[in-house]
Design a protein around this ligand. Sequence first.
Ligand SMILES: [Zn+2]
Length: 242
Amino acid sequence: MSEGPSIIFLKNKLQRYKGKTVSKVSGDSTIDESLFENATLIDIQTFGKNFLFIFKEFFAAIEVNLVGNVLVNKRKKIAAGFSFHFEENEINFYNSDVKVFQGKPTDHFNFKTDISKPEFDADFILNELQSNHHDEKIGAALLNQNILAGVGPIIRTETLYHAKIHPDSLIKAIPEKKLIFLLKMVVDYAEEFLTLLKTDSVEKNALIFEKKNCPKDKFPLVIAEVGKVKTYVCEKCQKLFV
Ligand SMILES: [Zn+2]
């Protein structure tokens, strides 16, 4: 599963396509391809785990599960789920979800929820968690892109460890101070994550993600896997609030 900063990292590499004219798009039968013919790509942004390809009166939001599912001028053996074609280049998306929206991204996405945007609003998120998700487990809420856009399994695991909170803790039972600290950790770690990507050292610097023992007390970590999402927990360091 992808993380918001990985999407930003790749988006930054795609900036050379800004200002270019799209000759056509292909691959997704639900998309009105005629919209894109000869349209100028004004900007490429992100929202959470979505790439946003912005045109004059509309934009395409493409959510990718894995960064490896985006290929520039390369193809996999299977057909791409969606492709942008430029005069001499193409960007191919595999296993991705494409949606086209009229207007601007801020008309459709709440930037206050994106952990990597300057608009991120921790007070807004805290209120959302305590008012509308108080009976949920914090580990599940962190991965809910409608609450916190851009959190993936690594950010969730590392920040809960930093904040010493067990992922199965109920939001209503977690002291408010701890939740505020956790949200600060999420924003700080997302920024650090983007920096670490530049030297390909996210995994090397992770404290417990994909590790076997807690670095502090050497206790074996409890590893759970739900779907394809892994969680690592030190039951000695991370308190369960219920
Ligand atoms: Zn520990």
